[in-house]
Design a binder for this molecule. Structure first.
Ligand SMILES: NC(=O)C1=CN([C@@H]2O[C@H](COP(=O)(O)OP(=O)(O)OC[C@H]3O[C@@H](n4cnc5c(N)ncnc54)[C@H](O)[C@@H]3O)[C@@H](O)[C@H]2O)C=CC1
Ligand SMILES: O=C(O)C(=O)CO
Length: 386
């Protein structure tokens, strides 16, 4: 017999059963659910990544909705199990939902929520941190200090790259890519080149206005360019940060060939999804080009790194923590819980998933709506007029 899964239960007499596959930061998300007659069951298993079988056991025979994680494989098997248990609501505690088969969810009439907006700045700040850490060799220098190797200032010690006046390249200039671009432009007076399927009009206007401000102050103005091809970004930029969604069009977007056209001393940052880079090709490139540096938050086969990556001094690696600020993680939990609650209660879907502040305001009741349901149209869910 399978070992029972350990859980923590809130409001045992609640009418609706909502399962969270992981403990999540804060308590507001729990309160919002229990106040609305939900029994909340939180999986407290020590195991980091739950299997499909573990989640089927959690869903059980009666489950109205599940809050899940980006490490879980939400496809046909789980959505059919959820539907059999009477459930129609699922939310990822993440903005990216490449772990979710939305077609399967549609087939079983399950709403799929995600958590955009609340993590935009936090994620962009981590991408900016990785850019700086890689450009200025901060991790290498830290290790050198701790190893007791510092025996005095030297003209050639840990020389890195100056950002001011250089070009920042952004691939995927959506919410996070645009926020990152602004940080690098405003903070370090970098010029912008970006590639996206859509024009980033607000970002372009910001750079134009900031350039005019600098010029009026007698400083060198910053500039922007929307690249016709991704290769243009790779050839021209000194620091390149990847922020697209992961789908068929972005899988191995950065491969051996594209790495070879980048500047030999470029900095490449990835805080989107690991498979956007062919990581084995990247390891080879790092070995052959010691001046080329990367900052990685995500990996092709998490939690693993491809062989050789950990040994490369020109790589800064952190464990998928880009959205890990307290405010953001509590906000993600709140949005995910409200996505599930909204569907269970038959609330409409918030009409602008980018404007979620009202759901995050702790001193007021959130509006009766699901903040962000990605398959609302396919399921014919009503849109909130609030
Ligand atoms: N490392 C982490 O902890 C985090 C990672 N993410 C990842 O970042 C991604 C982006 O998040 P947001 O900015 O909120 O999403 P978004 O939807 O606002 O931006 C994504 C952009 O990528 C563009 N894009 C799509 N296909 C493309 C292609 N083939 N070439 C170039 N651009 C393309 C889209 O047009 C869009 O502008 C998420 O999907 C998620 O995978 C998000 C948050 C935290
Ligand atoms: O939200 C996401 O997509 C993440 O990767 C975690 O914040």
């Amino acid at each position: 017999m399978a070992k029972p899964i350990s859980i923590e239960v809130w409001n045992p007499s609640g009418k609706y059963r909502v399962v969270s596959t992981k403990p999540m930061p804060g308590t507001r998300w729990i309160r919002l659910l229990t106040d609305q007659d939900c029994r909340v069951e939180i999986c407290t298993e020590k195991k980091t990544i739950l299997s499909v079988e573990d989640i089927i056991a959690l869903i059980g025979n009666k489950c109205d909705g599940v809050i899940g994680q980006l490490t879980e494989d939400w496809g046909e098997v789980l959505f059919s199990a959820l539907r059999r248990a009477g459930g129609t609501a699922f939310s990822n505690m993440a903005v990216g939902y490449n772990n979710v088969d939305v077609n399967a969810a549609n087939k079983y009439g399950v709403a799929v929520g995600n958590t955009p907006g609340v993590l935009t700045e936090t994620t962009a700040e981590l991408a900016a941190s990785l850019s700086l850490a890689a450009a200025r060799r901060i991790v290498e220098a830290d290790q050198f200090m701790r190893a007791g190797l510092y025996d005095g200032w030297l003209p050639n010690l840990f020389v890195g790259n100056l950002l001011k006046g250089q070009t920042v390249g952004v691939i995927g200039a959506g919410r996070i890519g645009s926020a990152y671009a602004r940080m690098m432009i405003e903070g370090f007076k970098m010029n912008l080149i970006y590639y996206d399927l859509y024009q980033a009009t607000r970002l372009e206007k910001f750079v134009t206005a900031y350039g005019q401000f600098l010029k009026a102050n007698g400083e060198q103005p910053v500039t922007w360019k929307r690249a016709a091809t991704m290769e243009d970004v790779l050839r021209e930029a000194d620091v390149i940060s990847l922020h697209p969604v992961l789908d068929k069009t972005t899988y191995h977007l950065i491969n051996k060939e594209r790495l070879s056209i980048m500047k030999k001393d470029a900095v490449l940052v990835n805080a989107s999804r690991g498979p956007v880079i062919d990581e084995a090709a990247l390891v080879e490139h790092l070995k052959l080009n010691p001046m080329f540096r990367v900052g990685l938050d995500v990996f092709e086969e998490e939690p693993l790194m491809k062989p050789g990556l950990a040994e490369q001094k020109n790589a800064v690696v952190v464990p998928h923590i880009a959205s890990a600020s307290k405010w953001t993680r509590e906000g993600m939990a709140t949005l995910a819980a409200l996505n599930v609650l909204g569907k269970i209660k038959g609330y409409p879907v918030w009409s602008d998933p980018n404007s979620i502040e009202t759901f995050l305001n702790e001193s007021s009741q959130p509006p009766p709506a699901s903040p962000s349901i990605v398959n609302a149209k396919q399921l014919g869910l009503p849109s909130s007029k609030l």
